[in-house]
Ligand binder design. Sequence first.
Ligand code: S3P
Length: 158
Amino acid sequence: MTVVLIGPPAAGKTRIGKRVARLLGVPFVDTDKLIVAAHGPIPEIFSSKGEPHFRSLERAEVVRALDTSAVVSFGGGAVLDPETQRDIAALPVVLLTVQPHAVESRLGNGKRPLVPDLASWIALYEKRRDLYERLADHVVDTSDRPTDQVAADLAGWV
Ligand code: S3P
């Protein structure tokens, strides 16, 4: 079984994905973590080689991740790739959303070069919202709910 978690940065994809995987008794795979393990910190990839290079590394890790039976958490921009959109079309895809008020405290750690602050996060989310919603089979808002509760709901849906 492969379940895919998509959504904007800071929606809790990693935090909740880990918990869902544990509840389901399957591995957890995070495409950002695979990229970092193979190529180093994401901000450095963006600054030294640029976003298109990052996206090609990301696409390779998406292919690798989808080859496993796991809960797979995508980096927020992984679904921009049309081939990735096709690859996940037949899989259960969960969109994790979050409201702006809950995002602010999760940003600003220097780990997300595309969204250094709330204004850039809002702009990025607005640009992608339709795409995220089109790809999702199930939508869960993570804003004001404990991780355990969201994870239990999700594990029940899968
Ligand atoms: C990105 C999201 C990040 C990371 C990279 C680009 C994006 O992952 O892949 O900084 O384009 O939305 P998270 O969604 O885990 O923050």
